[in-house]
Design a protein around this ligand. Structure first.
Ligand code: SF4
Length: 759
């Protein structure tokens, strides 16, 4: 792997954090002498024009380069000694030891003694190679990843309804001209602030409608004009959506021509929503019936205008409605509503879901999931297995069958029949997994834990071996953002001499394990193989190469090798048409390969910017309307004396906070766990603003500082999930999972709250 050599100024790349993948330029900001771990290895970040961020960055993006030179960066492999202390060791020593442990444990317990946990932040190349490494080099069927905790319900619903899962099946810039947007369970104003520009059209039109039990920063955006905030009882998004559909149908506002020509299942959905008249929904959701009627009528009126050539209308979901044990059905209900309004696959608008992690989209396409192979192929389908085996150059019999989803995997660590050894790449499961205390117990039961990371995260601190890896600005690769657009990540600074690419680590271990298949260390070479493995699959990258991306082309999958630019896929992609010309792509051109990006004409569009314009991805080309029903939650909420726990993110932090808690200015702004409470709730519990409180349930106990917010419901408490130890919100969250997607019910927890004595 390249370790030396100069790095140019203003290297165009993208932010290391969320799925918006804001464009930035990075310049080495110090003597990049390869002696990492010193503060003089910093870099300078400047935003670039790009449709997703419009030249803006949030605080996390602006400060992201500070981590490149962080003083506590791991720059040598660490090995736990007999005294229990992690100490520096040589690469050969730790890799030999890891390979020996794999062999020993496989011999003793079988191939599934070893498991792998990946991440939605890994590049496409690393995600692809990790799936292959697990199955060929380790021979295990046990691989899953933290995207199971983010996008699995949305993915399952998209596959079920449309036959294909892509977070936004249209360019993000399309949202900017919307006349109305129904946004459910997403706080973009904090999680990805530059996204707010895409809500401006709907805000100006008084058409922004936000569904969130919390009066979040995004919900407050609906204060503009005639926007709406619907604040349901937690866990009742599904009946709220059923009622909106009920109103649309009952008042004759559905687009029956569209339903007849482009969908199947309309009547079954009509029957399933019939009982949800607004007054009944009000009793369940707490949202006034008149407000439900207003929202449904406004959406339908805007959709009617959109079909007549007016501004488009969108229904968008986020984790707030998806991270439930009925998350797939709730997302399905949102899709049903969009279909009733005649939106998906038309110029009148659509349905989309807002991916969270940096490569949350690409990370779920290339084989990290327990049941999938690259290209969104099914691991149980003989033809799919044969295609991938050919791309890997191995016999199909060497690819193991399906494993188990993330929560089940993590909660079986070290138990009889469960994995004895775990590889963790790009994830901090000790903080981010549901019922995190149980996960920590599992990590400690393991015979051997290997963690690849650049900081000693809470998970890495439990490891037997820590492998120091490169950060985003130190390596080449690609990411796929929330709209299915493939982006180049580029090496902008010289990495520390002791850190290694995960591609190199996998290659070295595969060699030591006499693995079949090739394990290249060059990202471009891995991408070339990924193209072949995905060829003909739903997420087809075969027509994409680094040269096109470096030339500044805007490439959206599916992009088959034999397709002309922008169009012609079996997912009904939009042909390049006159509407493409007026896309906001045009006025926010990104010449992604050009440093400094001078004003230029719009980038050449390749692949499929808009899905489903001719047909949906089911064999008959029609969307499925799936009747869903509201049942009792896995955990009883709203019991007397308890509060419902809401979890989410803060502007200053990302995921488990393992990175952002190390950025001084971000940590200074949000240094500790704060529990948001309504003032009346605080009074009822004898708590004042700033008091320390204890939150507890049968799974754990969390200590937080109370902060009062009249935007909270009185039956809820909000905790961000960025903090470790006894400030980890996930000590309290539920491990129960959605039966379709295996998404944990992060938002289905009940807690008790009490004041802690001062001092
Ligand atoms: Fe953009 Fe997200 Fe990075 Fe913020 S964290 S700069 S919103 S990509």
């Amino acid at each position: 792997m390249p370790q030396a050599g100069s790095t140019p100024a203003n290297t165009p790349t993208h932010c290391p954090y969320c799925a918006l993948q804001c464009a930035m330029s990075v310049s080495p900001g110090g003597p990049a002498d390869g002696t990492a771990g010193s503060a003089d290895r910093g870099a300078d970040v400047q935003p670039r024009q790009f449709p997703a961020n419009g030249g803006a960055l949030c605080r996390k993006g602006w400060s992201s380069a500070q981590l490149l030179g962080a003083a506590d960066r791991i720059v040598e492999p660490l090995l736990r000694g007999p005294d229990g202390v992690l100490r520096p060791a040589a690469w050969d020593e730790v890799l030999d030891l890891v390979a020996a442990k794999v062999r020993t444990l496989r011999a003793a317990y079988g191939p599934d003694a070893v498991a792998v946990f990946g991440a939605g932040g890994l590049t496409n190349e690393k995600a692809y190679q990790l799936g292959k490494f697990a199955r060929l080099a380790l021979g295990t069927r046990l691989i899953d990843y933290n995207g199971r905790f983010c996008m699995s319900s949305a993915a399952a619903a998209g596959n079920r309804s449309f036959g294909l899962d892509r977070g936004l099946p249209f360019p993000l810039a399309d949202l900017g001209g919307a006349g109305a947007i129904l946004l459910l369970g997403s706080n973009v104003a904090e999680t990805m602030p530059p996204f707010v520009r895409h809500l401006q059209g709907a805000r100006d039109a008084g058409g922004l409608m936000v569904v969130d039990p919390r009066r979040s920063a995004t919900a407050r955006l609906s204060d503009d004009g005639a926007g709406l905030h619907l604040q349901p009882t937690p866990g009742t998004d599904l009946p709220l959506l059923l009622s909106l559909a009920h109103i649309v149908l009952a008042e004759g506002l559905a687009d029956e021509d569209y339903l007849a020509s482009r969908t199947v299942g309309r009547d079954a959905v009509a029957r399933s929503v019939a009982p949800w008249w607004p007054e009944r929904a009000q009793a369940t959701t707490g949202v006034p019936a008149d407000l439900l009627r207003t929202a449904a009528r406004r959406l339908a009126e805007a959709a009617r205008a959109a079909r007549a050539g007016g501004a488009p209308v969108y229904v968008l979901t986020g984790r707030g409605v998806e991270q439930h044990v009925n998350g797939t059905d709730t997302t399905t209900a949102a899709i049903n509503l969009a279909l009733l309004l005649g939106l998906p696959g038309t110029r009148a608008g659509g349905f989309g879901t807002l991916t969270g992690q940096g490569n949350g989209q690409g990370g779920r396409e290339h084989g990290q999931k327990s049941d999938q192979l690259p290209g969104y192929r099914k691991i149980t389908d003989p033809a799919h297995r044969a295609h991938v085996a050919a791309a890997w150059g191995v016999d199909e019999s060497l690819i193991p069958g399906p494993g188990v989803p993330a929560a089940e995997l993590l909660h079986s660590l070290g138990l009889p029949g469960g994995p004895r050894m775990l590889f963790v790449h790009g994830s901090n499961v000790a903080v981010s997994a549901p019922d995190a205390g149980r996960v920590m117990e599992g990590l400690r039961r393991l015979d051997f834990l290997v963690v690849a990371d650049f900081f000693l995260s809470e998970t890495a601190a439990e490891a037997d071996v820590v492998l120091p890896v490169l950060q985003w600005a130190e390596e080449e690769g690609t990411m796929t953002n929330l709209e299915g657009r493939i982006l180049r990540r580029r090496r902008a600074v010289t990495p520390p001499s002791g850190a290694r690419s995960e591609l190199w680590i996998m290659a070295e271990l595969a060699r030591r394990l006499d693995s079949p298949g090739r394990f290249p260390t060059d990202a471009r070479e891995v991408f070339e193989e990924l193209r072949e493995a995905s060829r003909g699959g739903l997420a087809d990258y075969s027509g994409i190469d680094y040269a096109a991306l470096d030339a500044g082309e805007a490439v959206y999958w599916p992009c088959p090798a034999d397709a002309s630019p922008a169009g012609g896929t079996r997912a009904g992609g939009a042909a390049r048409d006159s509407a493409e010309e007026d896309s906001a792509e045009k006025d926010s051109a990104e010449k992604d390969g050009l440093a400094g990006s001078a004003p230029a004409p719009g980038p050449t569009l390749r692949g499929t910017p808009r899905l489903f314009m001719d047909r949906f991805a089911h064999p008959d080309g029609k969307a499925r309307m799936v009747a869903v029903r509201f049942g009792a939650p896995a955990e009883q909420l709203n019991l007397p004396g308890t509060l419902t726990l809401l979890t989410g993110r803060l502007l200053e932090h990302y995921q488990s906070g393992a990175q952002t808690r190390r950025v001084p200015e971000l940590n200074a702004a949000q240094p500790e766990l704060r529990a948001e409470l309504h003032p009346a709730t605080a009074v009822a519990h004898g708590v004042a603003d700033g008091d320390m409180v204890l939150l507890s349930n049968g799974r754990g106990r969390v200590v937080a500082r109370a902060t009062l917010d009249s935007g909270m419901r009185t039956d809820c408490v909000f905790l961000p999930f960025h903090f470790p130890g006894d400030a980890s919100a996930n000590l309290l969250t539920s491990p129960a999972t959605d039966p379709v997607s295996s998404m944990p019910g992060f938002k289905n927890a009940s807690v008790s709250l009490s004041a802690l004595p001062a001092g």
